[in-house]
Design a protein around this ligand. Structure first.
Ligand SMILES: [Cu+2]
Length: 173
């Protein structure tokens, strides 16, 4: 602790000096609190990112060669893990059903494929070897506009894939 400044020193250094020091001390103490409060107001804490598992299977509730579940609702920041539960599958994004600006993803055969989503919209997923057998899935991220939904419904797919994709698109909300 500093010894109290003799009154004579105040007079020597001028009356403004001690007042200025006090003022800047107050600002230093107040400022971090103001920044914190502003940050909390501007960006409410986002919900914790989720991990969602989708199995790639030879046989599922919906028949042969399926992603299970085949419809996933996710939020921006979530991760979807497509797991090689059975052999001879892969998971990849469909170029014609991918939100603008979203990165394409292509998983290897018999490998877990990881899709971390940031852009809202509809992500079509297919297994390359079984695409024509209807092995497709749909990932909805955040809110989907009527235009997004109409665009996804307009995408032409092989008949079995179209049947399952139509069922998945009916779940979009
Ligand atoms: Cu497959």
């Amino acid at each position: 602790m500093r010894a109290p400044v003799p009154a004579a020193l105040y007079l020597q250094s001028g009356p403004q000096k001690p007042f200025d020091s006090m003022e800047s001390d107050l600002i230093d103490l107040r400022f971090p609190g103001v920044i914190l409060a502003t940050a909390l107001l501007a960006s409410p804490l986002p919900a914790a990112a989720k991990e969602i598992v989708v199995h790639m299977k030879n046989q599922g509730a919906d028949g042969a060669m399926v992603f299970e579940p085949s419809y996933v609702k996710a939020a921006p920041g979530d991760t979807i893990r497509f797991q090689p539960t059975d052999a001879s599958h892969n998971a990849e994004t469909m170029a014609n059903m991918l939100p603008a600006g979203a990165a394409a993803m292509k998983g290897g055969m018999n490998k877990e494929a990881v899709l971390t989503v940031s852009k809202p919209g509809l992500y079509g997923i297919k297994c390359m070897p079984h695409y024509s057998m209807g092995m497709v899935a749909l990932v909805q991220v955040g809110k989907v506009t009527p235009a997004d939904l109409a665009a996804a419904k307009a995408v032409k797919l092989p008949p079995f894939a179209a049947k399952r994709m139509t069922a998945a698109l009916a779940k979009v909300k």
